[in-house]
Write a protein that binds this ligand. Structure first.
Ligand code: NDP
Length: 331
């Protein structure tokens, strides 16, 4: 059946936040297609999740050349969902992609920050998704073997060619972020956004990166706010069938140690006292900092997505709640 987006999708339930000091607004919660949307996954389930997300005001979908598996298949599927469902809504969407990790064979297929890799990869991504341009194109990783000037020069080139409306970087240190921003500025291209890992269990960005981004006027979209599903109640009663820990090397079984599970149980109790699920509290927690533009979540089912988006119903925290979260998440 042809898709007609929910007319009430902009009724105020989804806040839109300014990305750094740019003109671009992003939804407080964005959806990533790293896992669950590849060639090995159910096409119609992925489609239903994307439709539901857009119906609830999620205007930003985050991809990368290598998302799948197999690598490239999330973009291919996304191209089909665009053609079937979202083409009439293209101007309501912010679509991102990235390059930097291993993608195709030979010396130019990555992992690399070379101009050759980034430009070719962006072309491939546009073809797979059936798009003329992406809204944001990222350098996915630091490549210590390539001069930063070359990597940023490639982003600036894509920007000038109109193939990327904005450019971003992912998982760069505060120091390299400052350098990257300065190089881009010298090319006349602002650095829009940084995409780092950020959750109650991974707070590395708080000491150096977040202050640097604020000073530079660069936005921040934190990935894996649920720590890949650990910050939900799903593992508290055993390992459910199909859960990421059973199938993805990115979430090794050892993460379910007794110590971690005890912490998660305590966090789950705090969430329950707030009248939220743990997933909702984990997302609200990331968004408590105004420097974080958007929480970049994943979802395998419509039910998970709905649960996570309900985080928006309660975003505020008391000092006591924050202290008690710190006690269990970091001590
Ligand atoms: P999350 O931390 O949100 O984890 C998502 C996973 O948690 C789901 O696939 C599902 O796993 C589980 N889950 C989600 N919602 C719920 C819920 N409400 N209740 C119970 N379980 C739930 O994010 P991801 O790790 O998936 O990353 C999100 C996005 O961030 C990626 O798609 C990508 O766009 C980006 N990213 C970027 C990186 C980079 O280097 N720039 C690296 C990693 C991610 P399950 O299958 O177990 O049910």
């Amino acid at each position: 059946m042809s898709y007609i987006a929910e007319p009430s999708r902009y009724d105020g339930r989804m806040p839109y936040r300014r990305t750094g000091r740019s003109g671009l607004l992003l939804p407080a919660v964005s959806l990533g297609l790293w896992q669950n949307f590849g060639g090995v996954d159910n096409f119609e389930t992925g489609r239903a999740v994307l439709r539901r997300a857009f119906d609830r005001g999620v205007t930003h979908f985050d991809l990368a050349n290598n998302y799948g598996p197999p690598a490239g298949s999330a973009e291919e599927n996304f191209g089909r969902w665009m053609a079937k469902d979202f083409l009439p809504y293209r101007d309501e969407l912010v679509i991102s992609s990235k390059a930097g990790w291993q993608m195709w064979p030979g010396p130019y297929g990555g992992p690399s920050g070379a101009r050759k890799h980034l430009i070719a990869s962006c072309e491939q991504s546009l073809k797979r998704m059936g798009l003329d341009y992406v809204d944001i194109f990222y350098s996915h990783r630091v490549d210590a073997d390539t001069p930063l000037e070359e990597t940023m020069g490639a982003l600036a080139q894509l920007h000038r060619q109109g193939k990327a409306l904005y450019v971003g970087i992912s998982s760069y240190s505060p120091e390299l972020t400052r350098k990257a921003a300065a190089i881009l500025k010298s090319e006349g291209v602002p650095l829009l956004i940084h995409q780092p890992n950020y959750s109650m269990l991974n707070r590395t960005i708080e000491s150096g990166l977040l202050p640097a981004l604020e000073e530079l006027g660069v936005g921040c979209i934190g990935f894996s706010p649920l720590a890949q599903g650990l910050l939900t109640s799903k593992y508290l009663g055993g390992v459910p069938e199909g859960a990421r820990v059973t199938r993805a090397p990115s979430l090794p079984q050892r993460m379910l140690s007794d110590d971690n599970l005890a912490r998660i149980r305590a966090l789950n109790d705090i969430a329950a006292k707030r009248g939220q699920t743990l997933a909702q509290m984990a997302i609200a927690w990331v968004l408590r900092d105004a420097r974080v533009t958007s929480a970049l979540i994943g979802a395998r089912t419509v039910e998970q997505l709905d649960d996570s988006l309900d985080a928006l119903k309660k975003l505020d925290f008391t000092q006591e709640e924050l202290a008690s979260i710190d006690k269990h998440a970091t001590d």
